[in-house]
Design a binder for this molecule. Structure first.
Ligand code: ATP
Ligand code: MG
Length: 252
């Protein structure tokens, strides 16, 4: 069984079928991207898998565990993390504190501060925080209030917070949205680093096709809630259904 599998996953909002029988699988260590025009169902798929929305029907398995019916807290506890499309930062805390809080909150999956913890665990958390800040390139900003960061650095801090929870599978919904080209390039390098250094499986939603084709092992394409293509970047680039979906009059 793959690390993550969905079978015939369907989500309806009233009359809108945002996900229509979506069947996908993600192997451990892969970097997969999910593409599709605006409104294709990408965020809905992430929200359903991570437990923020319940599916209308269908199955979801993570590491052979059935996720349907679990709440986001339980799913996160299993090692499924996410970097949020909307801000998840404590503005008045420093960059370092934001990362440390996230790391403490999920240390060893306990989801609570354990005041009887041995001291070396605290050191572990602080070491991990330093590693994350170095990996993500926020070392020099570590003592600044998060609210004082420029936009691109805030987005990177969100990724750092997601990372601090030490996920085995990380969902990233448009992590580079609104970034400048140079910030985007840095974020992409970071995503590469994550996979290499942490062995994290990445599930990326990204609108920049150059990035998607560059970093992905495999690409899923959604169109009007349906999975219309699943393949390597080369396969997806040449797929007539994908071209049709993007050229078919929707703002891609
Ligand atoms: N909470 C909700 N209630 C009702 N309809 C919703 C809800 N969330 C999403 N939808 C609808 O479901 C469809 C899929 O939306 P979704 O946000 O998943 O698309 P997306 O692929 O993430 O788009 P984008 O690229 O703009 O982020 C859209 O028609 C949207 O209007
Ligand atoms: Mg979305």
């Amino acid at each position: 069984m793959a690390l993550l599998e969905t079978h015939d996953l369907t989500k309806e909002f009233g009359g809108i079928r945002a996900l229509d029988d979506v069947t996908i699988d993600v192997e451990s260590g892969e970097l997969v991207s999910l593409i599709g025009p605006n409104g294709a169902g990408k965020s809905t798929l992430i929200n359903v898998i991570t437990g923020r929305l319940s599916p209308t029907r269908g199955e979801i398995y993570y590491d052979e565990t059935d996720l349907v019916g679990m709440d986001p807290f339980e799913i996160a506890h299993l090692g499924v993390g996410r970097s949020f499309q909307t801000a998840s930062i404590f503005p008045e805390l420093t960059v370092r504190e934001n990362v440390t809080v996230a790391a403490f909150a999920t240390e060893h999956g306990s989801f609570s501060l354990n005041f009887f913890r041995r001291r070396d665990s605290y050191d572990d958390v602080h070491n991990r925080t330093d590693d994350i800040l170095a990996t993500i390139g926020l070392e020099e900003e570590a003592e600044l209030a998060a609210e004082s960061l420029p936009y691109g650095d805030k987005r990177r801090l969100e990724i750092a917070i997601g990372l601090a929870t030490d996920p085995d599978l990380m969902f990233m919904d448009e992590p580079t949205a609104g970034m400048s080209p140079s910030e985007t390039e840095m974020a992409v390098e970071l995503i590469h680093d994550l996979l290499a250094e942490w062995g994290t499986t990445i599930f990326l939603v990204e609108h920049d096709m150059d990035i998607v084709f560059d970093v992905s092992d495999r690409i899923f394409t959604l169109h009007q809630g349906r999975l219309i293509a699943d393949g390597t970047p080369a396969e997806i680039r040449d797929d007539p259904r994908v071209r049709e979906a993007y050229l078919g009059g929707e703002n891609a």
